[in-house]
Ligand binder design. Sequence first.
Ligand code: ADP
Ligand code: ADP
Ligand code: MG
Length: 445
Amino acid sequence: MRRVLVANRGEIALRVIRACRELELESVAVYSEADEPALHVRRADQAICIGKPAARRSYLNHDALIDAAQRSGADAVHPGYGFLSENAEFARRCETAGVIWVGPPASAIEQMGDKAAARALAERSEVPVVPGSDGAVAPENAVAAAEHIGYPVMIKAVGGGGGTGIRVARDQDELDRGANEAAREAEAAFGNPALYLEKLIERPRHVEVQVLADQSGQVIHLYERECSLQRRRQKLLEESPSSALTPPKREEMAAAAVRLTEAAGYRSAGTVEFLLDGAGGFYFIEMNTRIQVEHPVTEMITGVDLVKEQLRIAAGESLGISQASIVPDGAAIEFRVTAENPDENFRPSPGQVTRLELPGGPGVRVDTALYDGYSIPPFYDSLVAKLLVWGRDRDEALARGRRALEEFVIEGIDTTIPFHRRMLDDAGFRRGDYHTEYLSELSLT
Ligand code: ADP
Ligand code: ADP
Ligand code: MG
């Protein structure tokens, strides 16, 4: 492996380019017509325009990306997160074109991308799942399935992702309405209206386990990330360790994640997501077969560079790290900064950055593709920066978070920085006492 095409944009494209540099791999950026001034274009060794601003005419265009790989002589493709990162068809196209896919085998993407199939594999691997339907549920069988599980239930899209295609139903009326809405939403977003049902876990914690697997099938885990601070089922802030886990629970959950990863024939970096209920039980919900937005949280407490590991594994190297060598140290928190106004219901706020001052100092990391004067195009995800802080313990991380958010200045657009400052003053959050419904309940009061 010598030259890697980075099939993404924004901070994650920069993240991959940085890993390539450190491994002395050449990087090839791709960009849409709207992204000519973007930082990833300048930071890569070469850059190729792949089409119009709309993602389906550029970053999601299989032909344009394969063509760019071939024209640039790239021998590998790193998809980042979002876009084509969980697209088995594209992963297979890369393999047939003789280009290394920096990710799991297409078969593992397919199996885990079908969330009902992933649940079935978890059950066969003795990994607890949320009680729910056996596989996908046809619309005419939904009522019987919900009654069998018992209300309230969660209606979920088999092909879902990014919090899309999910509805809560507390009775049959809500089930009829919710199933219709979820199917329509899922059809539009994933081209697949199939649904399944799960028991609704009230006020759960979302805790996920990072795994790495090499070509020889060796699997290790890198402990957990607490991702319960969510808005509309999307993560706003993540941290590690999770204050919801006792040491034995942590080991049990990590072992379950490793079992499932082995059963899936998985390779590369991946994340096994679980929900925790109030009684201390944990239940598998899905596996994300890609690098995640919040991966730096794990990098900060383990010192492992997950993107470099992905590249090494893709090149056929075996894992250079043993399970015993992973000793988590301290506490880390990630604040997702998006171009949205938190005081106006998170209304998107693209536009020109007229002033940018990044925080720094001990224990601070900023992953961003912003620069002074940059104009954020309106076509893509609203994430513009990730602020990470590390401390020897959670209190030190919280203090650093507060200090770094004070230093962080982005003018010209609205961002979620003020929201994060307020979270750091919230007593429940400071105690580590929160769940996935926490924010929606806060805004009611
Ligand atoms: P993470 O757990 O890494 O935060 P998210 O679910 O927030 O993952 O998704 C990361 C990015 O990928 C977001 O930009 C989200 O919109 C996008 N994304 C996630 N799943 C899908 C999917 N199935 N199809 C398209 N985009 C997705
Ligand atoms: P996605 O693929 O969109 O990320 P997930 O299955 O990971 O979907 O669920 C996203 C979020 O929805 C979870 O983090 C959690 O907040 C909520 N959720 C999912 N399943 C349940 C459930 N059975 N009970 C309660 N909340 C759930
Ligand atoms: Mg998820």
